[in-house]
Ligand binder design. Structure first.
Ligand code: PHE
Length: 453
């Protein structure tokens, strides 16, 4: 093990993250396509403000609590997810294995979508803003249904992810994201300002922020729960793996709170940036997967220096996506290095390569293989549904049961840094994890398998 982790900036020793580095890495994992692509897409297809309301509540109750659960198990375990679960009891290591085997699925479509963002970055430089708003849908579908270009960009993005993890240069990425993520944030604020002054802003705001309570159905709840898991990177033990590189004195409660808050803020801002444009240009909130790719270019063409904004936005989104995809890949790689004695580059190539291959199917799912569908869901939709609505909440539920019912003292000791901080928050959090989170998630699963609702 010593050898395998040598030369590895992330792993240099267990406890490799400084406090600042850890917040950045965790926020980098959380913030990405989940906030900017998936949140508006889900809000759009699930009734707008009704979805947003459930999302915010679920984030505050379930999201933060489970993020803290993962931080807790990871820092306590100081090892890859499977061994960290084993440290509590070997009965529980299967939860780590679920994350391990699902990582390639997440990688696959994450990389395909990120490939689309790379393409939009280049196209923005080549005059995307000249495409009239009415033609942006055709432009998008023309691209994703072609065979080679999306595959090429998928390959490019997969290669970047594998390269970063193989080199273990996450520290470099951290240094960059420290500068680039605030820039992305400011750019989003500028786009929100532009969107809010479009003629359809009032309609967009109403759709996004004034809930029609009758629209809160189980389907909306399932979608909102899936969204918090995907968006916070919770459930597949990626956050757990990051926390395993921490040393003892990090305030985990504070970090979980800060990361969840920013994750939610960026998602809400993405909504404010998209929906006014949707209503201004007569687009459909229910456009689905293509929503941001179809609406954002219309916003860019309606602003001075639009092309520049467009290039900058999509390029920064690529960076945000990279800091998320590396957290997906690091999880199984950490296990292969520590347990199977495989070198870091080899592990990154094996798992990343598998993700790439699965992604080929996802990419072709919009073109040559579009005949493959279940309930009108494309391969991407199927992977995303399986991943975000089933695997992540299931692992989340299991992790809550482990910490809630089988590990009270240890968990509290970990959250309180040996009873020195968070002494009143910890028992409250533990109670939520023990009773509230499992109860809510069980209800969601019952409705998912149509026992209720
Ligand atoms: N949270 C990431 C995003 O919002 C995606 C992700 C999911 C990352 C699961 C890691 C694990 O883009």
């Amino acid at each position: 093990m010593k050898n395998a982790v040598k030369n590895d900036s992330l792993n240099k020793s267990r406890g490799g993250f400084t406090s600042r580095g850890f917040i950045l890495a965790a926020a980098g994992s959380a913030i990405g396509l989940g906030n900017i692509w998936r949140f508006p897409y889900m809000a759009g297809t699930n009734g707008g403000a009704a979805f947003v309301l459930v999302y915010v509540i679920a984030m505050a109750v379930i999201g933060v609590s489970l993020l803290l659960v993962e931080f807790n198990i990871g820092r306590h375990g100081r090892a890859n997810a499977i061994d960290s679960y084993s440290k509590i009891s070997s009965k529980f290591k299967f939860i780590g294995y679920i994350g391990f085997f699902s990582a390639p699925i997440f990688l696959s479509y994450y990389s395909v979508l990120s490939g689309w963002t790379v393409y939009y970055t280049l196209k923005s430089a080549a005059g995307l803003t000249h495409v009239p708003a009415a033609g942006l849908g055709d432009f998008f579908f023309g691209f994703v249904s072609s065979t080679w270009p999306p595959l090429l960009f998928h390959l490019l993005f997969s290669a970047m992810t594998i390269y970063i993890i193989a080199k273990g240069v996450s520290n470099g990425i951290e240094r960059w994201s420290k500068i680039l993520m605030p820039v992305l944030f400011i750019l989003i604020l500028a786009l929100v300002a532009r969107s809010l002054t479009l003629s359809g802003a009032a309609d967009g705001l109403r759709w996004f922020l004034a809930p029609d309570f009758s629209k809160i159905t189980w389907k909306v709840v399932i979608a909102a729960i899936g969204q918090i898991f995907f968006s916070l990177s919770v459930g597949m033990s990626g956050m757990l793996t990051y926390a395993s590189y921490l040393n003892g004195d990090e305030n985990l409660v504070k970090t979980a709170g800060v990361v969840s808050f920013f994750d939610m803020l960026v998602a809400l801002l993405a909504g404010l940036m998209i929906f006014p444009a949707v209503f201004t240009y007569g687009m459909e909130p229910t456009s689905g997967v293509g929503l941001i790719f179809i609406t954002l270019p219309a916003v860019f063409s309606a602003m001075p220096l639009g092309s520049l904004f467009s290039v900058a936005f999509f390029a920064l989104l690529v960076v945000a996506n990279l800091t998320s995809s590396i957290s997906i890949l690091e999880m199984p790689v950490a296990y292969l290095i520590e347990r199977k004695k495989i070198s870091r580059p080899k592990a990154a190539i094996i798992v990343g390569g598998l993700g790439f291959l699965l992604g080929v199917a996802v990419s072709l799912g919009y073109g040559a293989w579009s005949f493959i569908s279940i309930n009108e869901m494309s391969i991407l939709d199927i992977f995303d549904y399986l991943g975000s609505n089933i695997i992540l909440p299931l692992c989340g539920l299991l992790s809550a049961v482990v910490v809630g019912w089988f590990w009270r003292e240890g968990a509290i000791q970990e959250v309180t840094n040996n009873y020195t901080i968070n002494t009143w928050v910890a028992p409250v959090w533990h109670g939520i994890v023990k009773f509230v989170v499992p109860a809510l998630l069980v209800l969601v699963f019952l409705s998912l398998i149509k026992v209720i609702g």
